[in-house]
Ligand binder design. Structure first.
Ligand SMILES: [Zn+2]
Length: 252
């Protein structure tokens, strides 16, 4: 008889999906193994012990058994349910957004302690903050940086000129700001206001450690820009495997 390998790790639950009559597949971002999808057996039965510990954006201590395809949750205990977030619909929506972004931007089984820390810090900031949008902006910038997609906000991504407070653009395709001379020739670039750019630069430079007051419309603009950029990265990542498959079909 072979012994099943078990491992224990703290993890944030990213999402869950029903499977069969009583099971669920949970996606979690663990401290030690990165993103893991695992089967939670019998978790939808009323008698289940682990059900409450596997809810989205809960921080749990999980014991997992390595499976052939998916791992299996052997045990789960809540470390932090983020109750204050759960009791507030607006904060709950924000927390779902954080977990969705991590889910879409990361690969399975790619250990990344920085991402784990950023996600946890994001949820803790959300609970404590009076400005959820600023938490989102900070989280976005830190997550993108940890995954190698730090947006360039100081130099034009096309000609490397220093960016001045002027009629600048932002290109998700090029991953940063485009100066007024290059902007019109860059079809994928959108105008970015000087205040929104300043806000992004400030948060990027201070890693969100210093509070900042931004008018709601400035915050909205900065957040929308980061969301566009993240969506662009996600699409590019999703397209690459399909493209590779097509190239392989055609052959050399
Ligand atoms: Zn330029």
């Amino acid at each position: 008889m072979t012994r099943q390998r078990l491992y224990r790790t703290p993890a944030v639950i990213l999402k869950r999906m029903d499977l069969g009559e009583a099971d669920r597949i949970v996606t979690l971002f663990s401290r030690d193994e990165g993103k893991v999808r695992a089967v939670a057996k019998g978790v939808r039965r009323t008698t289940s012990r682990s059900a409450g510990h596997l809810e989205p954006f809960t921080l749990s201590d999980v014991l997992l058994a390595v499976g052939r395809e998916l791992d299996v949750v052997s045990q789960a205990d809540t470390l932090d349910a983020f109750r204050e977030i759960r009791e507030n619909l607006d904060l709950t929506t924000h927390a779902f957004y954080l977990t969705e972004l991590v889910d879409l931007l990361t690969e399975d089984r790619s250990e990344n302690r920085a991402v784990y820390d950023i996600l946890l810090e994001g949820l803790r900031s959300l609970r404590a903050s009076t400005d959820a949008r600023l938490v989102l902006i900070t989280f976005h910038l830190q997550l993108l940086e940890a995954l190698g997609y730090r947006p360039e906000l100081r130099e034009c991504v096309n000609c490397r000129a220093l960016i001045e407070p002027d009629r600048n653009h932002f290109s998700a395709l090029l991953g940063g700001v485009v100066c007024p001379s290059c902007g019109p020739a860059e079809p994928t670039a959108h105008a970015i206001g000087t205040s929104a750019l300043k806000l992004l630069r400030f948060v990027q430079a201070t890693a969100g450690q210093r509070s900042v007051n931004a008018a709601p419309h400035i915050g909205r603009e900065a957040e929308a820009l980061l969301r566009d950029y993240a969506e662009h990265i996600i699409e590019r990542r999703l397209r690459t495997p399909a493209l590779m498959a097509r190239i392989q079909e055609v052959g050399p």
